[in-house]
Ligand binder design. Structure first.
Ligand code: CDP
Length: 227
């Protein structure tokens, strides 16, 4: 499946990242996490002490930031100006501001250029918010993953607890609701399913079931041939 392009979009904690990595492994493709790129720019903005609401400054920083991603031995790493920031971009502080930074067209254009360059290599599973609608409108398979807010709060809480981060369910609920609202209502490339996307409600599905549904779609469309 070396030239296949799969786009997976959906709101925060809908299961995209885990699913994208597992689908990629099953099909011998490379996963690309575009959310991590918006997070990396946000991390830089915060480190520099710039107010995320200052669009002009944030866009200036984004345009001077070199972002790269690489998957080695099944582990996806995100680099910002050559530094591995894969862990640091997951902090609650970055999560709090990332949707503000991601709504600026100037930030998006810079990152979309990088995303398209990475995807051009072919054989990729790209996850984000606007992949099927804007970044890769010609993707072979488009998936939109959703889940109830309750279930997404539960998943994100478990994920952060496992990492030893102390947050309450209420704080997570607020963060997810705010991000959903900003991501869905922004003017430039908002979060929404592409018209030709296959929508999966993952509320009551296990990770294995989610992965299986996407693999099934690939086989329905391509059989066992190598697209
Ligand atoms: O992992 P989680 O579901 O929390 O979110 P993420 O995929 O890391 O994305 C973080 C944020 O980046 C989102 O809430 C969006 O504001 C932004 N994002 C975006 O605008 N476009 C994308 N293609 C990917 C992420």
């Amino acid at each position: 499946m070396k030239n296949l392009t799969i786009a997976i979009d959906g709101p925060a904690a809908s299961g995209k990242s885990t699913t994208a990595k597992l689908v990629a492994r099953r099909l011998g493709l490379t996963p690309i996490d575009t959310g991590a790129m918006y997070r990396a720019v946000t991390l830089k903005v915060l480190r520099l002490g710039i107010n995320p609401e200052d669009e002009a400054k944030v866009v200036e920083v984004a345009n001077k930031t070199d972002i790269w991603q690489e998957c080695k031995n099944g582990v996806l790493k995100t680099y910002m100006d050559g530094e591995d920031v894969s862990e640091e971009i997951r902090t609650p502080e970055v999560s709090r501001y990332v949707s503000v930074v991601a709504k600026y067209p100037g930030v998006r254009k810079h990152l979309v250029e990088i995303q398209r360059k990475l995807a051009k290599q072919g054989g990729v599973v790209v996850e984000g918010r606007d992949i099927g609608t804007y970044v890769l409108p010609d993707a072979d398979i488009k998936v939109f993953m959703k889940a109830s807010l309750e279930e997404r709060v539960r998943r994100r809480l478990a994920e952060l607890k496992a990492k030893g981060v102390k947050v309450s369910a209420e704080e997570i609920r607020k963060e997810l609701e705010t991000r959903d609202r900003i991501d869905s209502s922004r003017a430039f490339a908002p979060l929404k399913p592409a018209e030709d996307a296959f929508v999966i409600d993952t509320t009551n599905l296990t990770i294995e079931q989610q992965v299986e549904k996407i693999i099934q779609k690939v086989h329905e469309k391509f059989g066992d041939e190598d697209p």
